[in-house]
Design a protein around this ligand. Structure first.
Ligand SMILES: [Zn+2]
Ligand SMILES: [Zn+2]
Length: 166
């Protein structure tokens, strides 16, 4: 690749990255405002309980509480969806073991745990990179260097077997 092509490419990647950052910031802002909505609902719930208590009938608050709780649960779902979106943009998701796995991974490449959420078609994984791709010894799916478990089928991979299988 020529020097200028390289420059052009890295500039494009930088633009993509910038675009991603803008999008992620936008989503974070939406999450913050949703979290504020939840906090407001909590306050309103507290006020209902207090008023009912003062009026001598704590159970009177129940209907209101149920309504606010329903709203909070809805908003929590929206927040979860937004967080999911961020992981999708960054192409990563956290595993309980502390590793960050590719967003599309079905299994953690580090500990082999199966992810519960299955995102998209597995073939979307094919978009990745360079020549020295490792493949799963069981299902043949593409792996990142250093993956101890196949992200597609969860089969353990021997670390020794680097490079392309013949
Ligand atoms: Zn893991
Ligand atoms: Zn596999």
């Amino acid at each position: 690749m020529s020097f200028f092509q390289k420059i052009k490419e890295s500039a494009m990647n930088a633009a993509d990255k910038a675009q991603q950052t803008v999008e992620i910031t936008r989503i974070h802002t939406r999450i913050s405002s949703k979290e504020k909505e939840i906090a407001d609902h909590y306050k309103e719930m507290g006020k209902c309980v207090f008023d009912a208590y003062v009026a001598g009938d704590p159970s009177a608050a129940e209907a209101n509480i149920a309504e606010y709780a329903g709203k909070v649960l809805e908003i929590q779902k929206e927040i979860a969806a937004l967080k999911h979106k961020i992981m999708e943009i960054k192409n990563e998701k956290p595993c309980e073991c502390g590793t960050t796995a590719p967003f599309e991974a079905l299994f953690c490449p580090s500990c082999g745990r199966k992810f519960e959420t299955v995102a998209k078609e597995p073939q979307a994984l094919a978009l990745a990179e360079g020549p020295a791709t490792r493949h799963c010894t069981v299902c043949g799916g593409e792996l990142e260097t250093g993956d101890k478990f196949c992200v597609h089928c969860g089969a353990p991979q021997s670390a020794a077997k680097e490079g392309i299988d013949e």
